[in-house]
Design a protein around this ligand. Structure first.
Ligand code: GLU
Length: 495
């Protein structure tokens, strides 16, 4: 590595959500900056005035904060090269466009949409490559005046040199393009707004970006950008184009493959550390079998030679595995705190802020029972509902196949009596009660355990029954058994 301090950037267009691909680009740049003690810049590319929204900017900023990807320069932070919103930098794009015009490296073009379409049609008939036909390359001052008098507003086009354009991609090695195939593309639109390929160069150059790391869907833009760097005499940064992310069906990643937006994962109750750990693996690997890393550990190991040259495959199952691992291993107090907003949202608790210590302890105990069984916090809300509501919802299938069976009311009745008499409510005493009832009725443990589970939780599967009973408490356990007996009787009477 040279001595030059690394400066990288994430430059999203705020036209939608922060999707997994964008988050990966942000993360890789962040990791690279942290690895080399460099600077991570966030720049908002909001020149698409129709599609850019403030809401989308907020979603991006929120998403990055949630993932822990803090930026050193950018919105809310400022920095030596501010502003970091392109729409606040229009004067800069105009200034350099003027210079390009003056140096005859760019020119005004007055062609209308119809004229351009006509020219393209002609080229296609003649089997020529479709390029701007340079009609306006050498207009005289009179021509320009005439067009302006007609009310035409010009765009500015870059004059592309007909030579080979090459760069050394940090991941792919030497990449070459035939400049002769490129069209003189528009750099400034007639409304004074720059196009992406132009604005991105002015900003990357002025912000002294040393390494441009982005998705390989941009690779065909890179030669166009290099032409601009060279035309303005700017240093060309290094480029690294990261292979795309695909779904398991090898199609471009989209909603079909699971949630596409980072905020949806937040809503579903994924742990940001787990999501970051997984996203890092969409293209990067440590080179060992180990997969669970903190983001700081990944930063330490994050070098480009560990980035795959092949497309990454997004797997929901793998993400769930990562999240489950974090759920199992993260400190219970931390997880409990994270769970509270989900409990509030589900109306399982009234207020997250002033929970009594006893309630907090209860939530913690429930979470301990569930943490090995859930993939995310939304699932917790579904699986653990019976710990938080008075009236449990007994799944009809569980009622029919387990509770509403010959002999079950008698079994539950016997158990209810034994459990009511327990003085010291713990796993051992409740298990003893079940075993005793089993032997006195001469039935197998399972014949008591299954209906009891359904009576207490409404579900056929869940955590170990004795642990469940201890956390639920003696009072509720007994009440629910009585209630289940009533329900079975009601069902019988209805027949
Ligand atoms: N605004 C562009 C995008 O979101 C940035 C591409 C780049 O990194 O140059 O795709």
């Amino acid at each position: 590595m040279e001595n030059k301090k690394i400066r990288v950037r994430f430059a999203p267009s705020p036209t939608g959500m922060l999707h997994i691909g964008g988050a990966r680009t942000a993360l890789f740049n962040w990791l690279y900056a942290r690895h080399y003690n460099g600077t991570f810049v966030l720049r908002i590319e909001d020149t698409d005035q129709v599609r850019s929204t403030e809401e989308a900017v907020n979603v991006i900023l929120e998403g990055m904060k949630w993932l822990g990807l803090d930026w050193d320069e950018g919105p809310g932070k400022g920095g030596e090269y501010s502003p970091y919103y392109q729409m606040q930098r229009l004067h800069l794009y105009q200034k350099y466009a003027k210079q390009l015009l003056k140096d005859k490296k760019a020119y005004y073009c007055y062609c209308t949409r119809e004229e351009l379409a006509e020219s393209r049609e002609k080229q296609s008939k003649e089997n020529k490559s479709l390029k701007y036909d340079r009609h306006c390359l050498s207009l005289s001052e009179e021509d320009k005046k005439r067009y302006e008098a007609e009310g035409r507003k010009p765009v500015i086009r870059l004059k592309i040199p007909t030579k080979e354009i090459a760069f050394n991609d940090l991941l792919r090695g030497e990449v070459t393009f035939d400049g002769g195939l490129l069209s003189d593309f528009v750099i400034m639109k007639s409304d004074g707004i720059p196009t992406y390929n132009y604005a991105v160069v002015i900003d990357d150059a002025l912000m002294k970006i040393t390494d441009v790391m982005r998705g390989d869907d941009h690779i065909s833009n890179t030669p166009k950008q290099i032409v601009i760097y060279e035309a303005l005499g700017f240093d060309v940064p290094k480029f690294a184009h990261i292979p795309m992310i695909m779904g398991e069906d090898h199609a471009k990643l989209s909603k079909r493959h699971g949630a596409a937006s980072v905020m949806e994962y937040r809503k579903m109750g994924y742990i940001p550390e787990a999501l970051v750990n997984y996203i890092a693996h969409l293209g990067w690997s440590s080179g060992s079998n180990r997969e669970i890393f903190s983001v700081e550990e990944i930063a330490k190991e994050f070098t480009l030679d560990k980035i795959s040259k092949h497309a990454a495959v997004f797997s929901m199952e793998k993400l769930n595995w990562f999240n489950s691992e974090y759920l199992k291993k993260m400190p219970i107090d931390f997880l409990t705190k994270m769970l509270l907003p989900f409990l509030k949202e589900a109306n399982y608790i009234e207020n997250e802020e002033n929970l009594s210590p006893a309630k907090n302890e209860y939530i913690k105990e429930v979470l301990k029972l569930m943490q090995g069984r859930i993939k995310n916090f939304s699932q917790f809300i579904d699986y653990a509902d019976y710990f938080f509501v008075d009236k449990i919802n007994i799944e009809p299938q569980a009622f029919g196949s387990v509770l509403n069976k010959e002999g079950v009311p008698g079994i539950l009745q016997a158990l209810e009596e034994k459990l009511s008499a327990i003085k010291c409510w713990d796993e051992e005493s409740s298990e003893n009660a079940v075993r005793k009832v089993a032997s006195s009725l001469q039935i197998k443990g399972g014949q008591i355990i299954h209906p009891t589970r359904v009576a207490l939780s409404g579900k056929k599967v869940g955590p170990g029954l004795f642990e469940l009973m201890v956390v639920l408490g003696q009072d509720k356990t007994v009440k629910r058994l009585k209630k289940a007996i009533e329900k079975i009787k009601e069902a019988k009477n209805r027949k």
